[in-house]
Design a protein around this ligand. Structure first.
Ligand SMILES: [Cu+2]
Length: 498
């Protein structure tokens, strides 16, 4: 029905337009062809003049009225160290092109009015004028040369790579349809290698897990960076062309499949600082959700964003990611909460090269944990405080045979004993209360002795340690639950002298 009405309206409008045309033609015939032409020329000339005026005033007004929304103006100073030089370049270009824009438009509209058709006015055809050609080639050439020279200067500053020995952090952003996958290097500060053939749903970046540098890399859901730290972003694409765009930082770089690109920049404004800038501006006092007039204001909900500035497909818009710039201590706190992608998603799966082993990342994490524990034990005064539970020393069920994977923790103990040559220890075996007391007693004794033999075989002098089995007599927790019992079955050492 609606379609029919639209078609009828369309036909009606066409008929009316044709009728108006006919009437005008008739009126022109009555008045005389020439006179009517003259009136129309004059009217058009005046209309051009009015249009030109409204257009130029409108352009200037809109630029002024929206200044507080435009990057580079009002509160939107760049939030990066290099941003000002780019903004400067844009402003210089704007001044030159702005002058040409205004002058040519004034002339365009003025001439349309001034030289509108009049009786007796003849057209003058100019085929060629060398002088004019030279002028309008030379002036733009000189202006362009100046702009390009200034531009090269800015380019060299903005695109400068890291100098040798400079302090920086490297992260990686990979564009795909339709998301950015961010990767941080983890504690080792190094991003692991990738191989596109390894890409699958569990391994979206094709990280090569046999490369140890990959094990601590993590994939955060937002881009968080500390203020004042130089960042080198390695930009990659997994499928089509994308573009890594951080508008508030004046960072923009193509993400090209197969070729990593880079952008180095230093954020200089935290999200909080940027919000407090917006707080001063009337435009940002509106509620951010129009349906909730008492809710937070626009300046309060402002966030930096990472966008894709390449029309890369249907879901292009959904590549937006939040960007947070924070002070160093807040960044460190955030870092602590991040978990390695390997540990959270790959560990224990078919792709894990350390499936039946302890991965190098866990070895180093356990070492840190162990070092912390012995440091505290050495500093402690109480017997309890001097006791260190060897969490990763385990035995085959019901026997005193050390599991293969216990060697990593025992290596830490050997290293500790070698480093602290005055230390003597008591190795203690403990069981839970399940089963026969006597059997437990003897099992704990043999387990303590197994550790003793292992350490001795690895160079710890037997005079600096002894082995005792306590059976279930010194539980750490209740023997009523599985969890409690697991805690009670343990091997530990107590520092006797140091
Ligand atoms: Cu994209």
């Amino acid at each position: 029905m609606t379609g029919l009405i639209v078609i009828l309206c369309f036909i009606l409008i066409t008929v009316i337009a044709m009728q108006i045309g006919k009437v005008t033609e008739l009126a022109a015939k009555i008045r005389g062809e020439e006179e009517s032409q003259l009136r129309s020329n004059k009217a058009n000339g005046v209309l051009w003049l009015v249009f030109g005026f409204v257009f130029l005033v409108g352009t200037a007004w809109s630029a002024y009225a929206y200044r507080n929304w435009m990057l580079g103006y009002g509160p939107h100073e760049p939030a990066s160290a290099h941003g000002a030089s780019l903004d400067n370049l844009f402003n210089i270009t704007l001044i030159f092109t702005g002058i040409v824009f205004v002058v040519t438009h004034i002339l365009l509209f003025w001439y349309s009015y001034k030289y509108s058709g009049k009786p007796g006015r003849k057209v003058y055809y100019q085929v060629h004028d060398t002088k004019l050609e030279i002028i309008w080639t030379a002036i733009p050439a000189v202006v362009m040369a100046l702009l390009v020279m200034g531009g090269l200067d800015a380019w060299n500053e903005v695109m400068a790579d890291i100098e040798p020995g400079e302090d920086f952090m490297e992260i990686e952003a990979t564009g795909m349809q339709f998301a950015w996958i961010l990767r941080y290097p983890g504690a080792d500060g190094k991003l692991g290698t990738r191989n596109y053939k390894k890409i699958n749903s569990a391994n979206p970046l094709g990280q090569v897990w046999s490369d140890e540098k990959n094990l601590d890399d993590f994939h955060p859901g937002e881009l968080v960076l500390p203020k004042g730290k130089k960042v080198r972003v390695r930009i990659m694409a997994r499928d089509v062309l994308h573009n890594f765009d951080l508008p508030h930082f004046r960072v923009k770089m193509d993400a090209v499949p197969g070729i990593p690109t880079y952008f180095v920049f230093t954020p200089t404004t935290t999200t909080e600082e940027y919000r407090s800038r917006l707080k001063e501006v009337p435009e940002y006092q509106e509620p951010s959700d129009p349906a909730d007039p008492d809710g937070p204001k626009l300046w309060e909900t402002f966030d930096f964003e990472l966008a894709c500035a390449e029309l890369c497909g249907k879901g292009h818009f959904s590549m937006r990611k939040l960007v947070r710039i924070v002070e160093q201590d807040e960044y460190d706190k955030w870092l602590e909460g991040q978990q390695s992608y390997y540990l959270s998603s790959i560990r224990g799966s078919d792709e894990d090269p350390y499936l039946d082993d302890v991965s190098p990342l866990e070895v180093s994490m356990r070492k840190t944990e162990f070092d912390e524990k012995v440091k505290n034990a050495l500093a402690s005064d109480s017997i309890q405080g001097k006791t260190v539970v060897m969490d990763y020393v385990n035995f085959e069920t019901g026997s005193a045979n050390l599991t293969e994977l216990s060697k990593y923790e025992l290596a830490n103990v050997v290293e500790f004993m070698n480093k602290n040559s005055a230390v003597t220890i008591e190795l203690a075996g403990h069981t839970d209360s399940m089963g026969d007391l006597k059997a437990n007693q003897s099992l704990s004794q043999s387990r303590a002795e197994a550790v003793y033999s292992y350490l001795s075989a690895n160079g710890v002098p037997t005079g600096r340690m002894n082995a005792v089995g306590y059976g279930p007599s010194k539980p750490l927790d209740t023997n009523e639950t599985d969890e409690g019992r697991a805690k009670n079955r343990r091997t530990e050492f107590q520092i006797l002298t140091q």
